[in-house]
Ligand binder design. Structure first.
Ligand code: PFF
Ligand code: NA
Length: 466
């Protein structure tokens, strides 16, 4: 069989190609770049991790992003219905619809903890603006951070506020909600980023941070390091769960999927690298540990902001940037499930947004308590060849590990297989609309072979099967 081209979605359409690029970049650039990338890279030795991450972005991320956008635009519905519809038109098994469900499930889990961390960021905007960092030493900033995360009630309040901000946007729909938000927030984000990078460049201390990020030491690389780097690539590009797919479903048929994808991937990678280059020099300059974990930027940066001239302004600006980036990402985490509720349950958008936000809000309580009442890791010991290995962690650890390192790459693998092996090649070629056949062939080969084999090998390596 072959699928047919659709010109529009019932939910609406971006008013231009540029708005799609803003929205998709807004989805990609988020806590993943500024909070997660530095701390995961820091915990995994820096250089080698960063290089493997970059390889995953290029060989797996970019081709899969193009496939996800093409699928979304071909189906023009929520990821669940897009997958089911395209599978039906191709005469394929109904089980392909499960790819959409996998994505929606991952979206709920990610949103649940993402909103809690965004809540930390919100709280830090006010701390920075009120001068709470002034004169603090390493001990002081650590206490400040621990005071926040060990207080479930305060975390719940910030988490609730952030979730309401998302419901507010998504409830208003594609044009007057998502589009309006990204048109306002993305230029603000870019402005804040430029000011902060300009400032960081005048601060010196660059070399040690630079060396940490780019001097690879492959002797420390394990299967898990590679899995984490791939997981970070999926997470940071918002791939494998349908967020980019549904944004693609609102894109005009005339826009070039390759050019828009390349722009989004470049912007996201640039922001991650800039964040690392701004953060690691401070980590080393102040004698802190790059492996400090999820608190890394909330501990190191306040110390720097507390010391520097203009720290009040730049600190406030930085956490405002973080909140903005998180906001334009989490609305894309909600959209697939909201669109499905509208399509299949006939709900009004505001009600759908409240239901999705409400479920993720409730799940987020597990993450909130992961830093206090439920901070003892839960799991089991696995004994392999005399070596005992603990599998488990807090609910936050598990939600994060399961989604980034397993669910998103699995979703991406299935998307690559669907587009590369099961869909009619002509449909794919038509939707992609690449002018050069050579170029199409190159992409198609990477999608059929390199990307899926890469993902599979990394999965096998992580469980020590190769
Ligand atoms: N890409 C976002 C970030 O880097 O913060 C996180 C994210 C958004 C992941 C949307 C997945 C997603 F569908
Ligand atoms: Na990102």
């Amino acid at each position: 069989g072959a699928t047919m081209r659709r010109e529009s979605s019932i939910h609406g359409q971006w008013s231009s190609k540029l708005v799609f690029v803003l929205a998709a970049t807004g989805s990609a650039v988020g806590l993943g770049n500024i909070w997660r990338f530095p701390y995961i890279a820091g915990e995994n030795g820096g250089g080698a991790f960063v290089l493997i991450y970059l390889a995953c972005i290029l060989l797996i991320g970019l081709p899969i992003m193009m496939a996800e956008i093409a699928l979304g635009r071909r189906g023009r519905q929520s990821p669940i219905n897009t997958m089911a519809t395209l599978a039906r038109e191709e005469g394929l098994h109904r089980a392909w619809g499960l790819v959409g469900w996998l994505g929606v499930t991952a979206g709920f889990i990610i949103l649940s903890y993402y909103s809690v961390i965004a809540g930390w960021s919100l709280s830090y905007v006010f701390r920075a603006a009120s001068g709470a960092f002034a004169g603090l030493d390493g001990e002081g900033v650590k206490n400040l951070f621990e005071g926040l995360v060990s207080d479930p009630e305060r975390l719940l309040a910030w988490h609730t506020l952030f979730m309401l901000m998302n419901i507010l946007v998504v409830a208003r729909g594609v044009r007057s909600g998502l589009e309006k938000a990204v048109k306002f927030l993305m230029p603000a984000l870019l402005g804040m980023l430029l000011i902060l990078v300009g400032y960081a460049m005048t601060q010196g201390h660059f070399m040690q941070g630079f060396a940490f990020m780019f001097r690879p030491d492959f002797s420390q690389v394990t299967g898990d390091t590679i899995l984490l780097a791939m997981g970070q690539a999926f997470f940071t590009l918002s791939l494998g769960m349908g967020a980019i797919m549904i944004y693609g479903s609102y894109l005009s048929s005339r826009a070039s999927i390759f050019k828009t994808s390349a722009t989004v991937v470049s912007a996201d990678t640039a922001v991650a690298l800039l964040a690392g280059l701004a953060i690691f020099p401070i980590v080393f300059a102040s004698g802190l540990e790059p492996g400090a974990g999820p608190g890394l930027i909330f501990i190191t940066l306040p110390m720097a902001f507390g010391e520097m001239t203009g720290g009040l302004l730049f600190g406030t600006l930085f956490f405002l940037l973080l909140v903005t980036a998180a906001w334009t990402s989490s609305i894309s985490l909600m959209e697939p499930a909201v669109a499905w509720l509208v399509e299949n349950r006939g709900l009004d958008r505001p009600l759908a947004a409240m239901i999705v936000g409400g479920i993720a809000w409730f799940l987020g309580i597990g993450t909130i308590l992961s830093f206090s009442l439920w901070s003892n890791p839960i799991g089991f010991n696995l004994t392999l060849g005399g070596e005992s290995l603990f599998i488990g962690g807090t609910l936050f650890d598990m939600a994060d590990y399961l989604t980034s390192n397993i669910m998103l790459p699995l979703g991406g693998l299935l998307i690559a297989l669907f587009v590369g092996w099961r869909m009619n090649r002509r449909s794919v070629e038509e939707e992609l609309g690449l002018r050069s056949r050579v170029f199409f062939k190159a992409w198609y080969h990477v999608l059929r072979f390199a990307a899926p084999i890469g993902i599979l090998l990394i999965f096998l390596k992580a469980v020590n099967l190769i």
